[in-house]
Design a protein around this ligand. Structure first.
Ligand code: RB5
Length: 146
């Protein structure tokens, strides 16, 4: 699995935490910034990463900002992206099993690095269940192709 990761200035610490998790897990990743000590605009990071996941260059994407909200809104504008904003372990598991989410967004002003690490680990290791969920996810894909 190849993962693209990025954050704005509000998510740098969790980004570093998740990179070290992926190193421990032996997951290949690429860091797309930010290289920031000053304030940046989250769409400038969310959209390129989402496009790289949508075009198959990367299998999954992880985005972190202050709330995770701006990153997830921006990423979900890209066709083919199912970006889940997650701040608890139940949702981390469920969004993989039910939604086949291909991107994860988290907010560093909402949760700490310990929980973020567990959420990312769960999200990276949980399989999509397909079955009855495939019809539902398929309806989203169908709408996108209109
Ligand atoms: C930046 O101040 C903040 O707005 C951003 O990190 C994020 O929370 C946006 O949704």
């Amino acid at each position: 699995m190849k993962v693209a990761i990025a954050s704005d200035h509000g998510g740098v610490n969790i980004r570093e935490e998740i990179k070290s998790l992926m190193e421990e897990m032996g997951i290949q990743y690429e860091d797309f910034g930010c290289e920031c000590n000053t304030s940046v605009d989250y769409p400038d990071y969310a959209l390129p990463v989402a496009e790289k996941v949508a075009n198959g260059e990367f299998d999954r994407g992880i985005l972190i900002c202050g709330t995770g909200i701006g990153m997830s809104i921006a990423a979900n504008k890209v066709k083919g992206i199912r970006c889940a904003l997650v701040h608890d372990l139940f949702s981390a598991k469920a969004t993989r099993q039910h939604n086949d989410s291909n991107m994860l967004a988290m907010g560093e002003r909402v949760i700490g690095p310990g929980l973020a690490r567990e959420i990312a680990q769960t999200w990276l290791t949980t399989e999509y269940e397909g079955g009855r969920h495939a019809n539902r996810v398929g309806k989203i894909t169908e709408y996108e192709s209109k």
